[in-house]
Design a protein around this ligand. Structure first.
Ligand code: SAH
Ligand code: SF4
Length: 315
């Protein structure tokens, strides 16, 4: 699939036939099963200032927290007891020594013998290497937008190239890489979304999380409109055609804009992963990446999957 074809699918392809093709491929590559990643948002402390995100360092109107290693292990145990098949450890980006998180990864790995995903932003190759040696298997760092000028506007002082480089290094180190981008960012065009899909293909992403941009009131983008859930669904379907074997989550952001049907529609568009949160509630309420964040718990995840006639590992 080249950029022209992608743009055609984005602009003109009838949605029904796109969804039908995506489902045919999904059945062949992934079957009926939906994977469950247990998400632990272990700290909302962040040194960066991404214009769209409520965790940005300049936001003083947020209570910062960091779970202890024991808190994280307890949350991981709860996720695994519930039936999750991977743990995802996510936080804001900080530049501290990698050992603390490495110890957590090692403990979870030794206790539970499951794949572990990290999502803690841009780091040096040595840190990625160290965490891999501690037992991390997958890494999620979305390129966010493939438009280099928009990228620099949204991430003052940082470059798209550096972000892409992280994904390349992670791939070289043997990680399964999780890419992704937001839909409906101010200034984003359909042409640039075609570039997002194309870049994800070029990087050979094993996973790709696509969600609508949702404004957060304490950020410079507070007054912009959210991204279109329908466009996100179309993009999930195109990604299923572009990357037949990739793991595609129906993101929490979809469930935030449409609590009743967001994630169900994501699964029906070709997604095969849900990521319920196992962050203890008293902390999760301060993980305010965007406003009105829907907390997708195990019970809802089960209901959504079963309502699509699909299977899951949840007890
Ligand atoms: N700090 C790490 C991981 C946490 S942020 C990192 O930035 O990689 C996780 C994801 O939340 C980001 O990749 C971004 O795509 C998403 N996000 C942040 N703010 C958002 C917003 N306002 N609307 C939708 N998604 C957002
Ligand atoms: Fe920090 Fe990630 Fe939010 Fe950027 S998107 S401000 S790096 S938590």
């Amino acid at each position: 699939m080249d950029k022209k074809e992608i743009l055609h699918l984005l602009k003109e392809a009838p949605i029904e036939s796109l969804l039908e093709s995506a489902n045919t491929i999904l059945e062949k590559t992934k079957g009926n099963h939906v994977h469950i990643r247990g998400l632990i948002e272990f700290s909302n402390i962040c040194s960066r200032n991404c214009l769209y995100c409520g965790l940005r360092a300049q936001n003083k109107d947020i209570k910062r927290y960091s779970l202890t290693q024991d808190n994280i292990l307890d949350a991981a145990g709860a996720a695994i007891n519930a039936g999750c098949d991977t743990i995802v450890l996510q936080s804001g980006e900080v530049s501290g020594a990698p050992q603390w998180l490495g110890e957590v990864v090692r403990e979870i790995k030794n206790n539970f013998h499951l794949p572990i995903t990290l999502s803690v932003g841009e780091r040096k190759r040595q840190d990625y290497e160290y965490w891999r040696d501690c037992g991390a298997d997958r890494y999620l760092v979305k390129h966010e937008t493939a438009d280099p000028i928009l990228y620099e506007k949204l991430h003052p002082g940082f470059s798209l190239n550096d972000r892409i480089n992280c994904l390349k290094i992670l791939k070289e180190l043997g990680y399964e890489i999780g890419d992704g981008f937001m839909v409906g960012l101010p200034g984003q065009t359909l042409e640039s979304l075609a570039d997002d899909i194309y870049l994800t293909m070029q990087l050979g992403a094993d996973m790709c999380g696509v969600g609508p941009f949702i404004p957060q009131k304490n950020t410079p983008l507070a007054n912009y409109a959210n991204g279109s859930p329908d466009l996100v669904l179309r993009i999930i379907a195109i990604l299923r055609l572009a990357l037949p074997n990739a793991n595609l989550p129906a993101t929490t952001a979809l469930a935030t804009l449409d609590p009743a049907l967001g994630q169900k529609n994501g699964l029906l568009a070709g997604a095969n992963v849900l990521m319920p949160s196992f962050t203890p509630a008293e902390y999760a309420e301060n993980y305010i990446i965007y406003d009105n964040k829907n907390r997708v718990a195990v019970k809802e995840a089960k209901e959504v999957i079963e309502s699509c006639g699909r299977t899951h590992p949840l007890g």
